[in-house]
Ligand binder design. Structure first.
Ligand SMILES: [Zn+2]
Length: 230
């Protein structure tokens, strides 16, 4: 975690210009950006406290130009996220930023509220899901993620393939439920292992566990689909 924390500290949060949501999808591998001032009253903004509204004139601001999702939502940088805190931050921000609140405002304010609430949504979903969160933390330290970079043991991959085929052919509700329970247990094990790996700064282990997790999540999703939950 030290490596991630250092990385986050070295990243200056700043804003000023319009940035597309897409360009903010990527984490904080960004270089220093100069501090900014309010587009309306020109007051210089505190990058930690005025990411959404100017403390002087209370105007909504455009999204930060450079920040990772943890900084953006003011959530401690850690694999283990306090989901209650995350959810209440999300609700609070969405309440203030929702485009309905800006329907009578200027075009710029409408645009900023639209961008900010989309970005808050994206950041929230990424940090809430254990797999997405792991992928995000890995990308923050420059680790490639995704299937094409997987280094998993062919034996494990074969096993996963067989499990998926087994789910495909399963009709018995009890059997499906059992399979779902097993996948859930494996997912919980992966989460624990990820928390430890990130804590130890062991990124290659974190990457391997993240890859494993993707497969178990697929099984779980397929089981849920068959059971009519998804
Ligand atoms: Zn202002």
């Amino acid at each position: 975690m030290q490596r991630l924390i250092r990385l986050a500290q070295s990243t200056t949060i700043a804003w000023n210009h319009y940035v597309s949501i897409r360009s903010l999808r990527l984490p904080a591998a960004c270089t220093e950006v100069p501090d900014a001032s309010c587009w309306k009253c020109q007051k210089s903004l505190d990058s930690a406290k005025e990411k959404f509204f100017c403390g002087g004139c209370d105007s909504i601001q455009p999204p930060v130009k450079c920040a990772n999702y943890f900084q953006y939502l003011d959530i401690p940088l850690n694999y283990n996220v306090d989901t209650d805190q995350l959810q209440s931050t999300f609700k609070q921000l969405q309440g203030k930023l929702h485009p309905d609140r800006f329907a009578q405002r200027s075009t710029s304010e409408k645009l900023f509220s639209d961008q900010q609430s989309s970005l808050v949504n994206l950041a929230y979903r990424t940090l809430l899901q254990p797999l997405d969160r792991a992928n995000y933390l890995l990308r923050m330290v420059g680790q490639e993620t995704g299937e094409e970079t997987s280094t998993l043991d062919p034996k494990f991959l074969m096993e996963m393939l067989e499990l998926n085929e087994a789910v495909e052919e399963m009709d018995d509700v009890d059997e499906l439920q059992k399979m779902g329970e097993n996948a859930k247990k494996e997912l919980a094990r992966c989460q624990e292992s990820l928390a430890q790996s990130f804590h130890d700064d062991d990124m290659s282990r974190a990457k391997a566990v993240t890859d494993e997790m993707r497969y178990y999540l697929r099984i779980k999703t397929n089981v849920d689909k068959k059971l009519g939950f998804a």
